[in-house]
Structure formats: structure tokens, C-alpha cells
Design a protein around this ligand. Structure first.
Ligand code: ZN
Length: 150
């Protein structure tokens, strides 16, 4: 468990302090707001699509360290990925934070996402960790302008 704990510390602290792609995007194809009223997390996710490829993704907003670092890691992983690849990553992430995927056995697939394995021990935090992902899903798939975890 110590490798995962190290990753958790490293990735979450780093991305919370220095969030990647933390900006309003000009000329975004779509932007969707996501709320987690339980914790007070509130972000807007911006995506720019080039056909089926996410050519750019960014976010703005405020919230706890878990939600912010999760949004930051997500944007850093998804640039240049197709919708389908993004979907697959979301599925892995969702299973991981719900405790349905063993992080140590799937380190290669998960990469930095493995840092969020510890979240599965704190059910209230699962919503914080997955907020950005749910919001991105809405941006990629339907016409929702806002997403709420409640
Ligand atoms: Zn939160």
C-alpha cells in the first residue's frame, strides 16, 4: 500500500497546488458546469473537439484538494485522446474510486489515476473525485449545461 500512498501524496498535493490546464478556454466547442453541493466543489470544464479527438481541455473553478487535483489530472491525461479513449479512462477511474478495481494490479493502465485509489475508503470523497469526470462526460455526450452530483 505504501507506493499508492506515496502516489496519493505526490499527485494530489502537486496538482492541487499547481493545477494543470486551469484556465478559461477561448473558442471552446463546449463548456459545462459541475457542482458537488455536498462539499461545495464547483467547476466549469471546457473542451475543444477536432472531430472525435479532444484537442484541448481545461477547467476553472474552486473546490477541495481532491476535486481540484482530479480535474487537473484528468485534463492532463485527456488532451489528444478520442471520445472513446476518454470514456474508457473514465470507466477505469470510476471503478477505482468505488473500490471495484485493484490499483496495484492495474498500475500500468491507470498511471497517475492510481493516486486516487485511496478515495475509495472515503465514500463522501468519491463525488469530489469524480465530479470533473461526470462534467466532462456531459460535455462530450449530451446537451446538459450543468451537472450536479446530488
Ligand atoms: Zn470536494
Amino acid at each position: 500500500m505504501s507506493l499508492l500512498r506515496e502516489l496519493y501524496q505526490e499527485v494530489i498535493l502537486d496538482h492541487n497546488k499547481n493545477p494543470r490546464n486551469f484556465r478559461v478556454m477561448e473558442g471552446a466547442t463546449k463548456h459545462v458546469e459541475g457542482y458537488n453541493p455536498l462539499c461545495g466543489d464547483h467547476y466549469t470544464i471546457f473542451v475543444k473537439m477536432d472531430g472525435d479527438v479532444i484537442s484541448d481541455v481545461s477547467f476553472q473553478g474552486a473546490g477541495c484538494a481532491i476535486s481540484k487535483s482530479s480535474a487537473s489530472v484528468m485534463t492532463s491525461l485527456l488532451k489528444g485522446k478520442t471520445k472513446e479513449e476518454a470514456e474508457q479512462m473514465f470507466n477505469h477511474f470510476h471503478k477505482l474510486v468505488k473500490g471495484e478495481l485493484n490499483a496495484e494490479e492495474n498500475l500500468e493502465t491507470l498511471g497517475k489515476l492510481a493516486a486516487f485509489a485511496g478515495v475509495s475508503e472515503f465514500p463522501a470523497r468519491v463525488k469530489c473525485a469524480s465530479l470533473a469526470w461526470h462534467t466532462l462526460q456531459a460535455a462530450l455526450h449530451d446537451d446538459a449545461q450543468t451537472v450536479s452530483t446530488e
